[in-house]
Design a protein around this ligand. Structure first.
Ligand code: ADP
Ligand code: ADP
Ligand code: MG
Length: 455
């Protein structure tokens, strides 16, 4: 089926990114927006815009009824959910299709299986992909929970089956802590995700976060190599790279093959990411979850492979087979992305909405800035603090880091604090230069370097 008009059910930088891909494909765009987002960049760029409700996301970007009504009224024939909001909501994918529209993403059933972190673990094991030692399913009764925690060995992670965005994860170091945390975790998960289901994983110490980008057409799947996102704060990614600087080629091949096997086992359609923890001493990797959507950090993969992932996902949703064969996916050079958030690093990364009074966007060789910013734009307090992503590419990792430092010096955002000062320090840090880090490296580094972030 040919897509003529695409409704974007998201905001910020990813809405801009989707409009760009659609325009290059000759597809016209309808930007859905909340009442407070009428002035956002994606609204200015889209062919049409439609108000889908009040500022609070529950009443607009999460309002399935209003989004479907906007699509019907504007004659859109497809909906792109972006990331966050309804992107991994199976009922939304089903509702879009039931309304006779194309959902730019996997089938609702695939989201149901792979978007549920417990069901995804089971699917991974069935496909022969190693998972972190832990519970085989949800843990329901306290006796069962204690038994598994003992078997796995402390420290253990208590995770929400429906968790995401780094939320819904707790660590218990011993049985007393475990018993205290379990009921709390369940109540919180129920409140935050509408699902109190929990599961347990062993804590993999000093692990790296390495993930594999896949594209599937429902029958066949390919991978586009890996990204490393080990620099995290509160389990949220801060700095991302492709490829990983530490993965031996033989391990890379095994890791990527496992991701393709799992994607094919669930007949995956669209763009997706399989996240793993990697132990660089034993060279073992463990599947942790799948994100059944485009990811924030997808540009680093685009930079090393030359594949436009958003264009590819729109094509696939339109019914086309994959336009790239595995043997044509090659990587070249090294790419790094940093997240520029409206947060104050000197105030414990407190969100800092406001008005952008002046803006200078970096440019030059190998430099890309995916952003929602323009001079004079308002950053409302209601949503995620991501303003933009600065992405650089060079032939070598060392060259990419130097280019990142240079591009960050060029970037100027005035009127509100951003995370740029953090990235300027990271781009000049010796451990970062040597890729000597793991998922729990950044937090103590932030404490040790707090004084340097205050200036
Ligand atoms: P990525 O791997 O693409 O960085 P994240 O897990 O950071 O993905 O999520 C991307 C966006 O989606 C963030 O804005 C995050 O807050 C949001 N998000 C992800 N999962 C959920 C969820 N289950 N509930 C609410 N927001 C989520
Ligand atoms: P989310 O859905 O919030 O993205 P993930 O399961 O992907 O949750 O985990 C987020 C981050 O938490 C990982 O990138 C990693 O840093 C850390 N983490 C998750 N599981 C484990 C584990 N078993 N051991 C150590 N760290 C973990
Ligand atoms: Mg994750």
């Amino acid at each position: 089926m040919i897509i003529r008009k695409l409704l974007i059910a998201n905001r910020g930088e990813i809405a801009v990114r989707i409009i760009r891909a659609a325009r290059e494909l000759g597809i016209s765009t309808v930007q859905a927006h909340s009442a407070v987002d009428a002035g956002m960049l994606a609204v200015k760029m889209a062919d049409e815009a439609v108000n889908i409700g009040p500022p609070h996301a529950a009443k607009s970007y999460l309002n399935i009824g209003n989004i479907l009504k906007a699509a019907a009224e504007t004659g859109a024939d497809a909906v792109h959910p972006g990331y966050g909001f309804l992107a991994e909501n199976a009922a939304f994918a089903d509702a879009v299709e039931a309304a006779g529209l194309i959902f730019i993403g996997p089938r609702g059933d695939s989201i149901r299986v792979m978007g549920d972190k417990v069901a995804a673990r089971v699917a991974a094991e069935a496909a022969g992909v190693p998972v972190v030692p832990g519970s085989n399913g949800r843990i329901d009764d306290p006796e069962h929970a204690r038994h598994i925690a003992m078997a796995v060995g402390f420290p253990v992670m208590i995770k929400a089956a429906a968790g995401g965005g780094g939320r819904g994860i707790r660590i218990a170091h011993d049985m007393a802590e475990f018993e205290a945390l379990m009921p709390q975790a369940s109540t919180e998960a129920k409140a935050a995700f509408g699902d109190g289901g929990l599961y347990i994983e062993k804590v993999i110490e000093r692990a790296r976060h390495i993930e594999v980008q896949v594209l599937g057409d429902g029958r066949r799947a390919i991978h586009c190599f890996e990204r490393e996102c080990s620099l995290q704060r509160r389990r949220q990614k801060v700095w991302e790279e492709a490829p990983s600087a530490v993965l031996p080629q033989a391990v890379r091949e095994k890791l990527c093959a496992s991701a393709v096997a799992l994607a094919e086992a669930v007949s995956y359609r669209g763009a997706g990411t399989l996240e793993y923890l990697y132990d660089d001493e034993t060279h073992r990797f463990y599947f942790i979850e799948m994100n059944t959507r485009i990811q924030v950090e997808h540009p680093v993969t685009e930079m090393i492979t030359g594949i436009d992932l958003v264009r590819e996902m729109i094509r696939i949703a339109g019914g086309g087979p994959l336009s790239v064969r595995q043997e044509d996916v090659r990587m070249r050079g090294h790419a790094i992305e940093v997240r520029i958030n409206a947060e104050d690093p000197a105030r414990n990364f407190q969100p800092a909405p406001g008005t952008v009074t002046a803006l200078r966007i970096p440019g030059g060789p190998g430099t890309r800035f995916d952003t929602m910013l323009y001079q004079g734009c308002e950053v409302p307090p209601f949503y995620d603090s991501l303003l933009g992503k600065l992405i650089v590419w060079d032939e070598t990792r060392q060259g990419a880091i130097a280019r990142m430092a240079r591009a960050l010096d060029e970037l100027e955002v005035e009127g509100l604090p951003t995370t740029k000062p953090l990235h300027r320090l990271l781009a000049r840090d010796d451990s970062v230069a040597g890729a000597q880090f793991h998922t729990r490296w950044l937090e103590p580094w932030l404490e040790a370097n707090a004084h340097r972030l205050n200036s």
